[in-house]
Design a protein around this ligand. Structure first.
Ligand code: NAD
Length: 500
């Protein structure tokens, strides 16, 4: 049995606690590894190492930090296939999708390589006569990242590249369900020339997370995961004086207007709903056709497409499947239970993915694409995040009804509108209470040089992930106002606020 431990001070270090968790290959249902769950003491040791490394790392020039990240970028590209296979073997997603996640993570590394420019701060001459003002964007110290299972490469790479580039040191606590990829990334960082102790991985669960939220040496916490945990992370770490960005769950709606190109919308919807078996925080899980005729046409086309959906292992010879298995047996059961809940709540189950059988992989955590129609606000399958390949059609009578349905929802991560009408699209962008909006784009994930974040209960904290917000989050601004008198020539006793 492969055993996965921690990466501390530049080395793989065996776990000392007696607690472990199983890691599965979701395509076969077999346990592939056992991951150590760090004790509070082991996590404090990781923080101590990162804290000790901060003094020298924060003094390395931005250009040198950037060069290490350039080297890392090259190594990740070189090892992209290996990383994608690793992701697929523990998460289950298909190889091409896993590789896509590596590339999207890499784009944040590319952004972080520009740190000498990004961390320049601002400068004003003559804010007063003979007085100049400038700001420094200084690193914070030890930063912590806590990531979910669904993007074991991309989400850690949303967090650590910018943090390290800004001169911070880092303790990463990956999901215990698929911990191998962040461990491999730690090795590649070391190979790229990152000094020992600057980036550490501690595997674990709530016990180690709680240390990261409360240890006074940790300055900032980046979290991505489910909403109840995000809320807990935000409340606890904030109460301990840390800055926090905690991204939570989602229920993303796609509005299909009567004038939309329906074939294009359906094609986009299939990938957005069923790609990665729906285990994406930006997956579309609710289709909102406007008008009965649009709903009827959409439903017919979706049924046809679902019939063609190829479900199977993530790693195969030849062309990839469309979607792989779910991450664990427990998660599979949860998704199956949601489907039953939808039936009990009175939604119409149009396509039932529970019946799917994968030849040669009977024990894998597979479920087929599922479609509900006549889903209504108030039903649990509308209000709660299922995080599986279950698409709901929630019919809206008008554009205003569609907007209201989405604005009334607890979550506000992503959304999309499909239309040919610029006015409808413009109104939608203005009125919708959601952080990331797509116009004829089903999954509007901002690129690395923009920032990623939802609204409402999809994000706790003021700053979004990566992009310009990522630089702000990972630095502390200091503003210097300076004056260099040419000699002690003037009276400097000012008792009132200086004004112009
Ligand atoms: P999760 O909340 O169960 O776990 C996330 C992390 O928190 C893991 O590292 C886990 O070990 C830790 N954790 C779990 N329970 C904890 C507790 N009680 N106390 C402290 N730490 C705890 O999430 P998950 O199932 O791994 O990931 C799926 C969720 O992540 C979905 O809700 C999805 O929408 C969300 N997600 C959101 C985004 C986003 O950008 N908003 C992106 C990806 C995933």
């Amino acid at each position: 049995m492969n055993s996965i431990s921690h990466f501390l001070d530049g080395c793989i270090v065996p776990g000392r606690s007696s607690r472990t968790a199983p890691v599965y290959n979701p395509a076969t249902g077999e346990q592939s590894a056992e991951v150590s769950l760090a004790s509070a003491d082991e996590t404090r040791e990781a923080v101590r190492i990162a804290h000790a490394a901060f003094t020298s790392w924060s003094k390395v020039t931005p250009l040198k930090r950037s060069r290490i990240l350039f080297k890392f970028k090259g190594l990740v590209e070189e090892h992209a296939d290996e990383l994608a296979r690793l992701i697929s073997s523990e998460h289950g997603k298909v190889f091409s999708d896993a590789k896509g996640e590596v590339i999207r993570g890499l784009e944040v590394v590319e952004f972080a390589c520009g740190i000498p420019h990004l961390q320049k701060g601002e400068h004003s001459m003559n804010v007063g006569t003979g007085v100049d003002s400038y700001s420094m964007m200084q690193p914070l110290g030890v930063c912590a990242g806590i990531s979910p299972f669904n993007f074991p490469a991309m989400v850690p790479m949303w967090m650590f590249p910018i943090s390290l580039a800004c001169g911070n040191t880092f303790v990463m606590k990956p999901s215990e369900k698929d911990p191998s990829t962040p461990m491999r990334l730690a090795e590649l960082l070391l190979e790229a020339g990152l000094p020992d102790g600057v980036f550490n991985v501690v595997n674990g669960d709530k016990e180690s997370v709680d240390v990261l939220l409360t240890d006074e040496r940790v300055q900032a916490v980046s979290f991505v995961g489910s909403t109840p945990v995000a809320e807990y992370i935000y409340a606890t770490a904030s109460a301990h004086g840390k800055r926090v960005q905690a991204l939570g769950g989602a229920k993303n709606h796609m509005v299909i207007m009567p004038d939309a190109d329906l074939d294009q919308a359906v094609g986009a919807l299939m990938g957005a709903a069923f790609g990665s078996a729906g285990e994406r925080c930006m997956a579309i899980s609710v289709a909102v056709p406007v008008g009965e005729e649009t709903a009827q046409r959409l439903r017919e086309k979706l049924i046809g497409k679902l019939d063609e959906l190829r479900v199977g292992p993530g790693l195969v010879e030849g062309p990839d499947n469309d979607m792989g298995p779910l991450v664990t047996r427990e998660h599979l059961q949860k998704v199956r239970d949601y489907i039953q809940t939808g039936v009990d709540e009175g939604a119409e189950l149009v396509v039932d993915g529970r019946e799917v059988v994968i030849e040669g992989a009977k024990d894998g955590f597979f479920i087929g694409g599922t479609l509900f129609d006549h889903v209504k606000p108030g039903m649990r399958i509308h209000s709660e995040e299922i995080f599986g390949p279950v698409l709901a059609i929630a019919r809206a009578a008008s554009f205003d009804d569609a907007v209201k349905m989405i604005n009334d929802h607890e979550f506000g991560n992503g959304t999309a509108i499909f239309t040919r009408d610029g006015d409808a699209a413009r109104q939608y962008c203005e009125q919708i209470q959601v952080g990331m909006v797509g116009v004829n784009v089903p999954i509007p994930v901002p690129m690395a040089f923009h920032s990623f974040g939802g609204w409402k209960r999809s994000l706790f904290g003021p700053l979004h992930m990566h992009g310009p917000d990522g630089v702000r989050f990972n630095t502390r601004m200091k503003t210097i106002t300076q004056r260099w008198p040419s000699g002690i020539r003037e009276e400097t006793n000012h008792f009132t606020m200086p004004t112009h």
